[in-house]
Design a protein around this ligand. Structure first.
Ligand code: V47
Ligand code: SF4
Length: 364
């Protein structure tokens, strides 16, 4: 790539980082901060695209999946969340096992991945979740059940007065195959104290993921960015996750989530620009050298920005989704779901090769 031979990166003061990327060397915290401060997002994007191409070529993954949110009732009341309702508040809901099955049956294609998450409900016991998992597993034995964030696992443990290890063991026995990456937000205590003081701490989130890896479960990671966090806090988040992966090796995919501002209690002065979103995705690819996949989550990014993200380090387009609540309550303007052919056309439209995958990223 001629770009890599030119003095372009010298002019951007990124030549040493370019050399590290070329040599496959780990970037430091300071490198991450410098990448964020680089005035030229395209330079950062080119470096991330280099890494993405080295790992995956032009292959771009997607999955036939279905999201199900079992409740929006949540005791945590995070400042940024437009989805949450109090118990008894109008608009609050809890799905039954039959409701969950009906949603899965109504999906146009049988899912290869089922993503089930919800609020931290004050009364739903672990037997409710075991029942849902075993029922879904029985009806969809080929689907990977990617369910419950570490925040929910911590909540179940507190409600049942048992350890998170026991919760994970029981859920795995009921059919859990993987955990999604939600609830990580930003690990910095300053931010969590302001935005989500009631939910699991960063250390709890990381420990639960590492426990899950110890039990043979794969998990994902996320970062919610574009609210009150500093650049240093974003890089700190990525470094903490990278260190966690060095310890337990079970993270499969990372999802950068841009903060959507509608219906949120949190108001911010400087909403993200499209280029800042892309640069952040690129820095995630560059810093997380030990996590194989970066997701362009079209639901939160919008499909056109998700397509652009495929040239800024992302290699996964998530999936058909079918119905999404968390982002749409917060103002996401994307479709509720996409068909397999729409996903493939969008990926091909970017000059990439679509690869249908299962929940564990095995090509189908
Ligand atoms: O944990 C909440 C975030 C997450 C807002 O693991 C918001 O494969 C933007 O984690 N603006 C849930 N984001 C989504 C999530 C996810 C999605 C798709 C795939 C996977 C995976 C994980 O959404 C929450 C929170 O961080 N969120 N409110 C908002 N206003
Ligand atoms: Fe509850 Fe999750 Fe919303 Fe926080 S982000 S209020 S934990 S549903």
């Amino acid at each position: 790539m001629t770009l890599f031979k030119s003095d372009y990166f010298h002019n951007m003061d990124l030549a040493d980082i370019r050399d590290k990327v070329e040599a496959g060397e780990r970037l430091s915290f300071e490198d991450g901060v410098r990448l964020f401060h680089c005035p030229e997002p395209l330079a950062v994007g080119a470096l991330a695209h280099r890494v993405r191409t080295r790992l995956h070529g032009d292959r771009t993954f997607y999955v036939v999946n279905r999201h199900v949110n079992y409740t929006n009732v949540c005791v945590n009341g995070c400042e940024f969340c437009a989805y949450q309702r109090e118990e008894g508040q109008s608009g609050g809901f809890v799905l039954t096992r039959e409701d969950v099955l009906a949603k899965l049956e109504a999906a146009p294609l049988p899912p290869r991945e089922v993503h089930i998450v919800g609020g931290c409900h004050p009364k739903l016991g672990l037997d409710y979740f075991e029942d849902i998992l075993s029922t879904v597993h029985k009806h969809y034995p080929d689907a990977v059940l990617k369910c419950f964030t570490a925040v929910e696992i911590a909540h179940f443990a507190r409600l049942e007065n048992i350890s998170t290890h026991e919760v994970l063991t029981r859920l795995k026995a009921a059919g859990l195959g993987m955990m999604p990456g939600g609830g990580a937000e930003i690990f910095a205590e300053r931010v969590r104290e302001r935005l989500c003081p009631r939910k699991a701490t960063a250390d709890e989130w990381l420990a639960i993921h590492e426990q899950a890896h110890g039990l043979g479960l794969k998990t994902n990671g996320t970062m919610l960015f574009g609210h009150i966090e500093t650049i240093e806090e974003r890089v700190d988040h990525l470094v903490r996750l990278r260190e966690s992966q060095d310890r337990s090796h079970g993270y499969t995919c990372f999802i950068p989530l841009p903060f959507l501002t509608e219906n949120s209690k949190l108001t911010i002065d400087n909403p993200l620009t499209g280029l800042e979103e892309l640069k952040t995705i690129a820095v995630c690819r560059l810093m997380l050298d030990n996590i194989p996949h970066i997701k362009a989550y079209w639901v939160m990014l919008g499909v056109k920005q998700a397509q652009a993200a495929l040239k800024f380090g992302a290699d996964d387009f998530d999936g058909t989704v079918v119905e999404e609540k968390i982002g749409h309550e917060a103002g996401a303007t994307s479709e509720q779901g996409l068909s397999r052919s729409e996903l493939e056309d969008m990926i091909r439209g970017c000059g990439c090769t679509p690869v249908e995958r299962d929940g564990f990223f095995n090509a189908i």
